[in-house]
Design a protein around this ligand. Structure first.
Ligand code: UD1
Ligand code: CA
Length: 448
């Protein structure tokens, strides 16, 4: 028997999102909402969390893969019924069971482990997480007896005016003595709405002579549940702040944290400075001592140390050390810039390698090319890589000098140290060390 099993409820439809995407898959700081509950559960227990799925189950399965064990709730008959679906799988498996929701992504490991510890020390049947707040947010109210002991949870829809005034709310997160839970869960009464409410377990425990404990929180932010896109944006802002604070404390300067958007998947090195309106997304890794932004988007890219990227868009690219790019550069999938590359304004690089120290200052397009070291790419140079049907390769060897406004009609090779004249249209290979110019470009003999 293990210590703790975690059950995450994710079967509800989430109608208030008004979306074709299941609520728990809406992106939040770069990951699907449900990921956060799964990650937290994974840090609390060595057992894979059990995810109760229903609406959009297939898509949820495809998104999370093997990270969780799935249990299907075919019909959404309430929170109690949802947990009941995990009973065959979990009976006799663990000492304690923690139940939480997939739409509460801000809950911390710290709070949940305090809940679990309280449950395991107190020997209660149930330890619930409650929230003291002035805005009831439609939550169930916690009814306590004369000696302060928890007696019941009353849902807002059926609460009396006196109960509605109660400030202690049910967060919807519970820790149970496993044996008690699995033996009592099938006895939940059917509510007037035809559902089985998990909340009714509290009264059942009390009348069974069991203790019910509560961990009281006043942190409404951490207990935010996402029901609509207003809540989604609120959660995004809170997560963003947490992420930004984490990076600032590990040595990254954020000039204006309120205008810095770093997804939870990103990694940053110390002494990097991020200027406002910078978006760092996906599997992006930035080294140390870089300057990124302002007005920059980097997605799924690896950036080395001491790079400067200003007002640019970098997607699925790799940038080595001491590269400077922008303003208004665009790196697309498969762009790889060697160390000390300089890329100025209005350049685009796709599926190409630029060797160390190569310069591409102004208004150029480089696609499907392999470019050596210390090459100079003049203003307005274009690799004509697409003939309407297929893409072709351009190769430029070390130390070549490409004159302004050169069209390189691929497939074509420019040899080491070769030069093209301004306005050349290069349709044939240029041997190393020679000069070619004109339309179409011809190699000059006896170059002086
Ligand atoms: C529930 C609690 C309420 C508490 C509130 C906190 C009950 C009866 N009420 O109300 O006291 O204050 O949470 O947010 O439990 N779900 C399923 N299958 C179902 C029904 C729900 O998986 O059949 C999942 C939903 O996807 C959601 C979670 O359970 O993640 C909560 O369900 P929801 O219907 O939102 O409960 P509330 O009405 O908010
Ligand atoms: Ca809810």
């Amino acid at each position: 028997m293990t210590e703790l099993a975690v059950v995450i409820l994710a079967a509800g439809e989430g109608t208030r999102m008004k979306s074709s995407l299941p609520k728990v898959l809406h992106p939040l700081a770069g990951r699907p909402m449900v990921w956060y509950a799964v990650e937290t559960a994974t840090r609390l227990s060595a057992d894979k969390p059990v995810l109760v799925v229903g609406h959009g189950a297939d898509l949820v399965r495809r998104t999370l893969g093997e990270a969780v064990v799935y249990v299907e709730q075919a019909e959404q008959l309430g929170t109690g019924h949802a947990v009941l679906q995990a009973r065959p799988l979990l009976t006799g498996r663990s000492r304690t069971v923690l139940v939480c929701y997939a739409d509460m992504p801000l809950l911390t490991v710290d709070t949940l482990s305090r809940l679990v510890t309280l449950q395991q020390r107190s020997g209660a049947a149930i330890t619930m997480l409650t929230l003291l707040a002035d805005d009831p947010m439609g939550f169930g109210r916690v009814v306590r007896g004369p000696a302060g002991q928890v007696q019941a949870i009353v849902e807002e829809a059926v609460a009396t005016p006196a109960q509605l005034a109660i400030r202690e709310l049910n967060a919807g997160v519970y820790c149970f003595a496993a044996d008690w839970l699995w033996s009592q869960l099938p006895n939940l009464p059917l509510s007037r709405k035809g559902e089985y409410y998990l909340t009714d377990l509290i009264e059942m425990a009390v009348s069974d002579g069991q203790r019910v404990e509560a961990l009281v929180s006043e942190d409404a932010e951490e207990l935010l549940g996402i029901n609509n896109r207003v809540h989604l944006a609120r959660a995004e802002a809170i997560l963003r702040r947490r992420i930004n604070e984490k990076w600032m404390l590990s040595g990254v300067t954020l000039v204006d944290p309120a205008a810095t958007y770093i997804e939870s998947t990103v990694e940053l090195g110390a002494d990097t400075v991020i200027y406002p309106n910078t978006h760092l997304q996906g599997k992006t890794i930035v080294g140390t001592g870089c300057e990124i932004g302002p007005n920059t988007l980097v997605r799924d890219s690896i950036i080395g140390n001491r790079c400067a990227i200003r007002a640019s868009v970098v997607e699925e690219a790799r940038i080595e050390d001491e590269v400077d790019i922008g303003p208004f550069a665009h790196l697309r999938k498969g762009a790889h810039l060697g160390s000390r590359v300089h890329m100025g304004n209005f350049g685009e690089v796709k599926n190409s390698y630029l060797g160390p120290g190569t310069k591409m200052g102004h208004f150029s397009y480089v696609g499907d090319a392999t470019i050596g070291a210390e090459v100079n790419i003049g203003a307005g140079t274009i690799t004509c890589n697409f003939d309407g049907q297929r893409k072709h390769q351009t190769i430029i060897e070390d130390g070549a000098f490409i004159g302004s406004d050169t069209m390189l009609v691929a497939p074509v090779r420019v040899g080491a140290g070769a030069k093209t004249g301004a306005g050349s249209v290069v349709t044939r290979d240029i041997p190393s060390g020679s000069l070619a110019y004109g339309v179409p470009a011809r190699v000059k003999s006896n170059d002086k």
